[in-house]
Design a protein around this ligand. Structure first.
Ligand SMILES: NC(=O)c1ccc[n+]([C@@H]2O[C@H](COP(=O)([O-])OP(=O)(O)OC[C@H]3O[C@@H](n4cnc5c(N)ncnc54)[C@H](OP(=O)(O)O)[C@@H]3O)[C@@H](O)[C@H]2O)c1
Length: 335
């Protein structure tokens, strides 16, 4: 069967202008700027700082509004961003989402999945969102659900009679699933490309933004859940692999710091080899000589049914997504 996930080469990156304090471009409001929103924001800022391109491109934001509810969260964002960015291009708004959306040209929806409905219901937000591209990184929430919710709010708030299909079309929402490595511009991000028409502008905007923070793929709505786990969740899985290897090395006498650096560097090198075209099978047998030491380690992993365990982990994380937007509370603080 032909693969439906298509990598998009970062072809336009050299054309994206550096951020030399210019304020004339677009404004991105991040509604819910926690771990993921801050990782994306940091990645875009680092990219713009390091980019020397000067050609005109209108799609990338040059000003950012990071929105949260609590002062502690605002402080956490400030502590993670460079002072120059806070002075010039980034504003942090606390409980001021509506103003952020009004000032923005593009919106990144990045709150916890169960909180998106109350957020969009805040006074004035729905009207301000009409016609603006909304990029959602909410796990487990389809873009059509977000649009339907916006239509319901719009219908309630307005006394006029509307063609609700036309109102539905007036909201533009694209689903994206990046990962936490956005902060170091090494995310794998998947964009959902639906059969229903999305304007070229929102797809190009999302692609431009996520190309700044890594590699962009596209997929269908049907396969988006699997890609959500592969892109969004697996950094936690890979961290667990490293933890186990590091603990093993520490048990044998290596320091935690040295072991972590070596294990992570080796993981990155292995990923680079696979990305260069080497198959995982060839790779394993190039490392594991007949009768050698590596195959003894692999035997332990096989006896523990490690591959079956990873397969079950993929299935569990993917099946859990469906209830996230419907009230299952996912929060770092019980919010
Ligand atoms: N973390 C990941 O690795 C990852 C990967 C892929 C996708 N995602 C998706 O990204 C989204 C955010 O995840 P996260 O890990 O970044 O969660 P998080 O760290 O808990 O951040 C969520 C943020 O949303 C803010 N928020 C909630 N309601 C708000 C409102 N009404 N107005 C303004 N801000 C509001 C919270 O602000 P307060 O702190 O002030 O309450 C918090 O800063 C989720 O939908 C998740 O599925 C996450």
């Amino acid at each position: 069967m032909a693969p439906t996930v298509t990598p998009q080469i970062q072809s336009s990156l050299s054309q994206i202008p550096g951020n030399s304090g210019q304020q004339s471009g677009r404004t991105l409001a991040i509604l819910g700027c926690g771990a993921m929103g801050t990782a994306i924001l940091s990645g875009i800022i680092s990219f713009q700082d390091s980019s020397s391109g000067t050609q005109e491109i209108d799609l990338l934001p040059t000003r950012f509004i990071a929105c949260v509810r609590r002062l502690e969260s605002a402080d956490a964002i400030r502590s993670k961003l460079p002072c120059e960015a806070l002075d010039s291009t980034v504003s942090v708004y606390v409980n001021n989402n509506c103003a952020a959306v009004r000032e923005a040209d593009v919106i990144l929806l990045a709150c916890q999945p169960h909180l998106y409905k109350p957020l969009l219901q805040e006074s004035g937000i729905c009207a301000a969102l009409k016609g603006k591209p909304v990029i959602s990184v909410l796990a487990g929430v389809a873009s059509s659900e977000i649009k339907r919710h916006l239509v319901q709010i719009f219908d309630k708030e307005s006394t006029d009679i509307h063609d609700l299909d036309a109102v539905f079309d007036a909201f533009s929402v694209i689903r994206a699933m990046p990962n936490i490595a956005s902060a170091v511009q090494a995310s794998s991000t998947v964009l959902e490309i639906d059969s229903q028409p999305l304007t070229g502008d929102i797809i190009a905007t999302a692609r431009a933004i996520f190309s700044c923070v890594g590699t962009v793929f596209t997929t269908t709505p049907e396969q988006f859940g699997i890609c959500t786990t592969l892109n969004g969740s697996t950094p936690a899985f890979f961290a667990m692999v490293i933890d186990g290897l590091v603990d093993g090395a520490v048990a044998l006498g290596l320091s935690h710091t040295e072991a972590t650096q070596m294990a992570a560097t080796t993981m990155r090198g292995t990923a680079d080899l696979i990305m260069s075209g080497k198959s995982t099978l060839d790779l394993r047998y190039e490392v594991a000589c007949p009768g050698g030491a590596t195959i003894q380690g692999l035997q332990v992993l096989e006896e523990a049914r490690t591959r079956a365990v990873w397969m079950r982990a993929m299935a569990a994380a993917t099946s859990e997504q469906s209830s996230l937007g419907e009230g299952l509370k996912v929060s770092r603080r019980g919010a």
